[in-house]
Ligand binder design. Sequence first.
Ligand SMILES: NC(=O)c1ccc[n+]([C@@H]2O[C@H](COP(=O)([O-])OP(=O)(O)OC[C@H]3O[C@@H](n4cnc5c(N)ncnc54)[C@H](OP(=O)(O)O)[C@@H]3O)[C@@H](O)[C@H]2O)c1
Length: 354
Amino acid sequence: MMRITQRTHTIMRQIWVSYPGPPEVLVLKEAAAPELQPSSVLIESKAIGINFADVLARMGRYPQAPPTPCVPGFEVAGIVKAVGTAVRSVRAGDRVVAISRFGGYSSEIAADQDLVFKIPDLLTFEQATTLPVNYLTALLLVEKTCNVNEGESVLVHSAAGGVGLALVELCKLKRAKITALASKEKHAFLMDRGATHCIDSHDPTALTRFTEDHESLKWDAIFDSRGGGSWKQSFSQLNTFGRLGVFGFSDLVQSSSESVGLHSKKLGEAHWFAFDAYDLVSEAKSIGGFNLATLWHRREFIEALPRYMEQLFSYFSRGEIRPHVGASFALEEASAAHRHLQSRESIGKIVLLP
Ligand SMILES: NC(=O)c1ccc[n+]([C@@H]2O[C@H](COP(=O)([O-])OP(=O)(O)OC[C@H]3O[C@@H](n4cnc5c(N)ncnc54)[C@H](OP(=O)(O)O)[C@@H]3O)[C@@H](O)[C@H]2O)c1
């Protein structure tokens, strides 16, 4: 096994957010390759996952993001180039996926060994980037936050997106009845992936009309990544003992900062997010929050990660999930990749290829 501790002198390419703003603020720069620490793994990136949080971070609206200028990017799949002296779990040449937390938009990364996982032979690098954020988020929302049980009814917002598709597949494994909200053009794809019903996410009255047409249908679990106003509507659409999983605020991308009264570091204080706890008591409903970007700094979560990743690898190997990569862009086309995500036309994962 090759183990090195000294700095490697190669040059890597990275995408930086120069200052908060539109997709054009993403710029390509060259830098010295990262220094390898005893417990880190040097990875040559083959595919880099793009997440909605990268868009929020680029806009200066993601509370956990480092100050600009910074390199975004939560996950990278690639080949191990070298390992630090204390690393035992992987070796040079292994195909891996890694959680970079930030800094993933790089042709090389040095990741902590606890956040690097060997991937199954049949899983492509592009597909592997769907696991550390999209499928992991969906797994924990389905099994812990909302605890979906066999035969329950669930509503999934942004259902054809990265996390949304993973939620649809994992709820299907629970034999849940799935209502999917997405652009009309994506409905056929979602029905093929296991949705029972689809609703047009671009028609503001479609959800209300759908429930009226189905005898005031309500749901046992709702997965809502849109934020404030949508969370409140979702809460009212829960069955008794229903669980609302709140885990994103994509509506911020279309709102002006004035309309939600926010400054990125004070996001949680905005009135937009307020709920009355008495309503939870009187209506016998629950709201559960989830945020990977805070969990992956907690020791107990890092210790549980290999088990979660193994569960996802097993689902893949048994054909129970089909990670879908809808679009790929060269690393230097990161601005175009962000524009594509914001266009609302994407299905599944978008990746950067270094
Ligand atoms: N808390 C966590 O740990 C965590 C982890 C991962 C993701 N998330 C959140 O989950 C959500 C989905 O993330 P993702 O990375 O999988 O992205 P994604 O769903 O692939 O994002 C693209 C899709 O979102 C829908 N969308 C809804 N509002 C949008 C808007 N204002 N602008 C652009 N698209 C919008 C669009 O679908 P339609 O037009 O078809 O509806 C679009 O195609 C995001 O809110 C993200 O922040 C949270």
